[in-house]
Design a protein around this ligand. Sequence first.
Ligand code: ADP
Length: 205
Amino acid sequence: MKFTARQKEIIDIVRDYQPITGEKIASKLNLSRATLRPDFTLLTMVEVLGARPKVGYYYLGHHESISQRKESLSMSVEEVMSLPTLVDEQTSIYDAIVSLFLEDVGTLFVTNEGLLTGVVSRKDLLRSFLGGQTQTTPVGVLMTREPKIIKVDKDASVLEATKLIVEHDIDAIPVVTKKEGGYLVVGRYTKTNIAKLFVEMLGND
Ligand code: ADP
């Protein structure tokens, strides 16, 4: 939220002299109370200022956290991602399941010669188990493969990456950089990253 210079002055005055009446604020600014009325309305509406009858205005301080929240959403996904959990296409279903447990993740990214070729989720593995697939079968057989993979560049914004997760209803996306012949996986952006960010953004209130 962008404030006008006058609104910022009002916020500063209230911060220094709270509680302070509208009249006193107006006299400090050499303006009439009527002139400031729209500013008071806006600042109380967005909860930067609180107003108590007969007492005056006081500072609620939400305007900094509002701008911090916006900043968090424009941060690059690289700043919040986790380390990727990678397996090779030849990895057996058995070893992939072991990796899920050892690395404590729900999604594995599959590579071939270092480049991203697929994604295997825990439900993919459960499905293969129920379908009676032998545990020595390579994950390459059951993974979701390129060009179907939803991925995000490391420089994309957190908001962009979060939208991809929501729109495609998936738990995790590989964070990548483009390389000749494909994509290198540099991280993993998951619903857990989003939940942690949410707490960081709102935890200060
Ligand atoms: P789970 O299957 O454990 O609920 P997801 O909802 O993330 O986990 O996965 C659902 C399906 O989407 C799976 O078949 C999986 O292979 C696929 N999938 C998961 N992540 C991606 C991705 N980033 N891009 C494309 N497909 C994906």
